[in-house]
Design a protein around this ligand. Structure first.
Ligand code: PBG
Length: 325
């Protein structure tokens, strides 16, 4: 039964001021986390073909990058390292002079207040490209935890403000929590990739981070896109292991997961608007097939409307400068 004509929804849409007054979801540069790829070596700013306007940058270019990021109002970054050497156990992920460790110290020198989150995983650092330690062709969960603990602790040691484990090994949050607590880092929060799906949307990232698996795929540890109940179990486990913020990843094809997590848990939720989601928009935008800027804002709003508190997105720079104009 309709309420018409007593109710007329269009009264609240009549002009921009009225629309502003009744807006349910706001988007601000404070919500955005910008992922940054740091590559070892010098004088490098290497374009990533499948991700227009994104680069792998070397440490000596960080100062410029950090200054421009913060000038447009971005307050948090997520660091990924692209190391010069890989081995079977990913040892370059936890050396003191590793690419991420050096980047953290450099950034903290330039801009101590910029919040640095680090991705804690092995795939960029292993020669086989998997997110854990491999034994006889199998990704060995518990053997991987030891390496994951060392990575997280070395990031905290270098000055990271928050660590984000993304390997999807069972027990990784508990392992990291106890390692951090045991090293005097009980104040460092964990932003856990709790429900991370085995997604084709990560394709461009794997070019950017040079982290494609050299055999098989990630389906034995990342989630099956068909499942939502299992995502809630993953999230609940991570919360019980001490996760402070939970990540849903990817974002757009998984807005239902964000909403279900929002309904069930009081914890802050970060959504990862991943590389493939970015590349699709950039490709269509460059063809003038759609209005790129408005599409990005609509997408980011939808992620917040679904229930996310903050969004990790490669669009952060372009959108923050637009929002803060
Ligand atoms: C590392 C990691 C991946 C992403 C973030 N951390 C890749 C993967 O799991 O293959 C993907 C991010 C993106 O696509 O933007 N495990």
């Amino acid at each position: 039964m309709s309420d018409f004509p007593q109710s007329r929804m269009r009264r609240l849409r009549a002009n921009p001021i009225m629309r502003d007054l009744v807006r349910e979801t706001e988007l601000s540069s404070n919500d955005l986390i910008y992922p940054l790829f740091v590559v070892s070596g010098n004088n490098k700013k290497l374009p990533i073909d499948s991700m227009p306007d994104c680069y792998q940058i070397s440490i000596d270019h960080l100062e410029n990058e950090i200054n421009s990021i913060s000038k447009i109002g971005i307050q948090a970054i997520l660091l990924f390292g692209v190391p010069s050497t890989k081995d079977a156990i990913g040892s370059s992920a936890y050396t003191d002079d590793g690419v991420v460790q050096t980047a953290i110290k450099t950034i903290k020198n330039i801009m101590p207040d910029l919040l640095i989150i680090t991705d804690v995983c092995l795939c960029q650092y292993t020669d086989h490209g998997h997110c854990g330690i491999v034994h006889s062709g199998i990704i060995d969960n518990d053997a991987s935890l030891d390496a994951i603990k060392r990575i997280a602790t070395s990031h905290a040691n270098s000055g990271a403000d928050m660590v984000a484990p993304s390997a999807m090994m069972d027990g990784q949050v508990q392992a990291i929590r106890s390692a951090l607590d045991g090293s005097g880092f009980d104040h460092i929060p964990i932003m856990s990739y709790a429900s991370k799906y085995a997604s084709a949307f990560y394709g461009p990232f794997r070019d950017a981070a040079q982290s494609s698996p050299q055999f098989g795929d990630r389906k034995t540890y990342q989630m099956d896109p068909s499942n939502w109940r299992m995502a809630l179990r993953e999230i609940e486990m991570d919360i019980n292991e001490g996760a402070d913020i939970i990540i849903v990843k990817p974002a757009l094809a998984y807005l239902d997961i964000i909403t279900r997590a929002r309904d069930k848990f009081p914890h802050p939720i970060a959504a990862y608007n991943v590389s493939g989601e970015y590349s699709m928009v950039k490709a269509a935008g460059s063809m003038n097939w759609l209005d790129e800027q408005n599409i990005i804002i609509e997408i980011l709003r939808s992620i917040k409307r679904a229930g996310a508190n903050c969004i990790i997105t490669y669009h952060a720079k372009e959108i923050a400068s637009h929002l803060n104009k």
